[in-house]
Design a protein around this ligand. Structure first.
Ligand SMILES: [Zn+2]
Length: 529
């Protein structure tokens, strides 16, 4: 969608300050995928994560131990050679996981009750208050990436770096909608991402209200020259979002001049909920915006009484050429299999309204918190724990797609891809996609979260940004939490820090950290199909 351009490390399009950042700021260590064992050993001896007494001795013993391990241990599971190697039985794996119970308790204690209590919340508040909303292609998003690049370095994480990508750049400009008949009424709207503008004087037309695409097709004759208003019921986001995505295309096909779409939301205080939409090249592009549930229902009532409705829609929306942006990356490099990756993530971009605190500030900041907690406990997992803060998710997973294209050659080294992008409210468990064997292992890992009673496993562990990997068979996990209020605020002016709760974020961070750490530290990668 939108910006699915090839990854180019061109220099002409990204701004000079960013060039300075990537050319001078990248820390001395090579990205984990390229780290050799030698580099790893040198760093371990100097590393700020290992200052305890006797560490050196333990370290030498560890090296000796590693030396005697079967050669294939920890190798990517997709290689044929693994068939000839010893693999742990499920009983052994169960025992191994149970052995992490003290570490899990330490993580929970630090995140929920200890020094790190409320840290991810406070970091997020400082960030969203300073930067505000961060739409793909905007100056704010560029500032947000610079901000994260510097705070991740200040947090002493490793391999902090930016990976350039090209992203869509759309701006809404001024916009308004006014009902002229049967009475004057100001309709609150938010233009949909990638919408075209109206002429400067606006579009004034009669309204046709429909409740479904079926009804629109049946009344196709009536739609010509009209503004189509969709008043579809909210069933679920997944089910109902098609009206936002395709409403303008379907209305354009039957000759409508604009479309206004009831916000895809479970609750409303006259709030429009924006989002991206898609045109088709063979269908006329008509301006499109979302309206509140209240206005959609009112126009539906008026029209069912046979009342003629006339609306003037004005939108300045404009699409600019794709622009330079970055996925932001930081790591804790693995001690034993540094080339193998456990990826934790959230997206840094947001809509251009509210503060993007919930979508997806919370997910991005609990993912950072996972690395911080592990570092603070002096832990270093066997595999590399990699934080990725995606850019341009809202424009269709654009940053994540280019990341996948760049790194998919290394897919056998990706142990699991994790993204939190469905809120950081009260956690309930983990959604997971992967083999039955991997699911059984995850179930055991979730038992480590008994102390905070978050042990459930659900289906569908892929999110927009991790789906590329999950489709190719990499196990995927996403955080599951109480989303009963998520679609109250989603893509609205109401998505602010006020929605977030520090205690819930502590619990989410604990879940995210225990799961990612244990998977990164277990002797074997998760089995694939
Ligand atoms: Zn999101």
């Amino acid at each position: 969608m939108g910006g699915a351009t090839a990854w180019v490390r061109g220099s002409q399009w990204y701004p000079l300050p960013m060039l300075l950042v990537i050319s001078t700021g990248v820390s001395g260590r090579a990205p984990a995928e390229n780290v050799t064992d030698d580099q790893c050993l040198i760093w371990n001896e100097r590393g700020h994560l290992s200052k305890r007494k006797g560490r050196k001795m333990k370290f030498l013993l560890l090296i000796a131990f590693i030396h005697f391990l079967p050669q294939c241990t920890g190798k990517p599971l997709s290689l044929d050679e693994h068939q000839h190697c010893h693999q742990q039985t499920f009983k052994e794996i169960k025992r191994e996981i149970a052995g992490y119970s003290d570490i899990a308790k330490a993580i929970i204690n630090l995140a929920v009750y200890g020094n790190a209590q409320n840290r991810s919340y406070e970091r997020l508040a400082r960030f969203v208050d300073a930067i505000g909303p961060r739409l793909s292609g905007s100056k704010n998003l560029e500032m947000a990436i610079k901000y994260m690049f510097s705070v991740l370095q200040e947090d002493s994480l490793e391999n902090v770096h930016l990976e350039p990508v090209k992203v869509p750049h759309w701006e809404r400009g001024e916009e308004s909608a006014m009902m002229l008949a049967p009475r004057n009424h100001s309709i609150v709207i938010l233009g949909l991402g990638s919408s075209v503008a109206t002429p400067p004087e606006g579009i004034t037309a009669e309204v046709l209200v429909v409740t479904s695409f079926d009804e629109l097709h049946k009344r196709a004759q009536d739609a010509k020259g009209k503004i189509v208003v969709y008043n579809q019921p909210f069933i679920s986001y997944e089910e109902t979002v098609k009206y936002r995505l395709l409403g303008a295309v379907e209305a354009g096909k039957v000759g409508a001049v604009a479309s206004l779409i009831r916000s895809v939301a479970s609750f409303s205080i006259n709030s429009p909920h924006t989002g991206w939409q898609q045109y088709q090249s063979d269908v006329p592009k008509i301006p499109t915006a979302c309206i509140s549930m209240e206005d959609a229902e009112m126009m539906a009532r008026m029209s069912s009484r046979g009342t003629r409705i006339v609306v003037t829609l004005k939108m300045e929306a404009k699409t600019y050429p794709d622009t330079g942006s970055f996925n932001t990356v930081a790591e804790i490099v693995g001690s034993k299999y540094p080339e193998q990756i456990v990826l934790v993530s959230g997206h840094l971009d947001s809509w251009d309204v509210g503060q993007g605190a919930m979508d997806d500030g919370g997910g991005a900041f609990i993912s950072w918190e996972a690395l911080s907690l592990i570092k603070d406990l002096g832990l270093r997992p066997k595999r590399t724990l990699r934080l990725v803060l995606w850019t341009a998710e809202e424009a269709g997973g654009v940053g994540a797609e280019q990341y996948y294209q760049l790194h998919k050659g290394n897919i056998s080294n990706f142990d699991i891809v994790m993204e939190s992008d469905s809120g950081t409210f009260m956690p309930m468990g983990l959604a997971f996609t992967g083999s039955d064997k991997a699911r059984a292992i995850l179930k055991e890992i979730m038992q480590l979260l008994q102390p905070i009673n978050v042990t459930n496993i659900y289906e569908n562990g892929g999110e927009t940004d991790t789906e590329y990997w999950v489709r190719d068979g990499v196990p995927g996990a996403s955080l599951r939490d109480d989303i009963s209020k998520y679609f109250w605020f989603h893509h609205t002016q109401g998505d602010t820090m006020t929605v977030q709760d520090p205690n819930q974020m502590n619990l989410c961070a604990a879940v995210w950290t225990v799961v990612s750490y244990v998977i990164a530290d277990m002797e074997e990668m998760l089995p694939r199909n």
